[in-house]
Design a protein. Structure first.
Length: 202
């Protein structure tokens, strides 16, 4: 097997030019149709880049995961998490971001590429309460391009109907117990996670 190291090598394999449906779908700001899809998405993956490498982090919320500020700008409130803040650390050093939005039950995937900045001014935070709590920061994303992704991957995975046997997989508690050589008790972690998360969701 040859390692492909040039665009020419890729072009020799993927020799068919993309169709108009693949190229004409790209917009530089939200159209009414793209806005409708993004405003229906409760979940997205946020990809960032920093000096140490890449990061991709899940983001989800009740209702909308992002809110439209203007047609060329999105607001992503930062809800409670694990305090690693990998994505935020990357953004303050390199503003390039990419988002992929999913709507349960749909094969449509919406994508946004752009540049972000992190804000903590009180007036902005006050616009995005959830369950009586404010985000600690809001990431504002200036859209560079927005488009929909071909649905083949979602259909191949049958993602909304496939149900793996979760009982055959290690739990998060078991993973932590293994990684900490038993310092974290697997059963205690798993048994208490739901109640613990409910208190710190926002």
């Amino acid at each position: 097997m040859a390692v492909l190291t040039s665009q020419a090598a890729l072009d020799a394999i993927y020799d068919a030019a993309p169709s108009a449906a693949s190229t004409e779908k790209v917009a530089t700001a939200l159209t009414p149709a793209y806005r409708a899809w993004i405003e229906a998405a409760p979940f997205c993956a946020l990809a960032t880049v920093g000096p140490e490498g890449l990061d991709c982090s899940p983001r989800g919320d009740i209702g909308l995961v992002v809110l439209v500020v203007i047609d060329a700008e999105l607001a992503l409130p930062d809800r409670r998490g694990n305090n690693r803040i990998d994505s935020l650390r990357n953004i303050v050093r390199d503003p390039r971001v990419a988002l992929m939005f999913l709507i349960p039950g749909s094969g449509m995937v919406s994508r946004v590429n752009g540049r972000a900045e992190i804000r903590d001014d009180a007036a902005l935070l006050a616009q995005y309460p959830q369950n009586g709590k404010l985000p600690r920061t809001v990431t504002l994303i200036r859209i560079g391009e927005v488009y929909f992704q071909c649905a083949r991957a979602i259909h191949r995975a049958d993602i909304w109907n496939t149900r793996p046997a979760l009982s055959d997989l290690p739990t998060t508690g078991q993973i932590l117990a293994s990684m900490t050589k038993g310092a974290i008790d697997a059963k205690d972690y798993d048994d208490n996670w739901t109640a613990r998360a409910a208190k710190t969701m926002w």
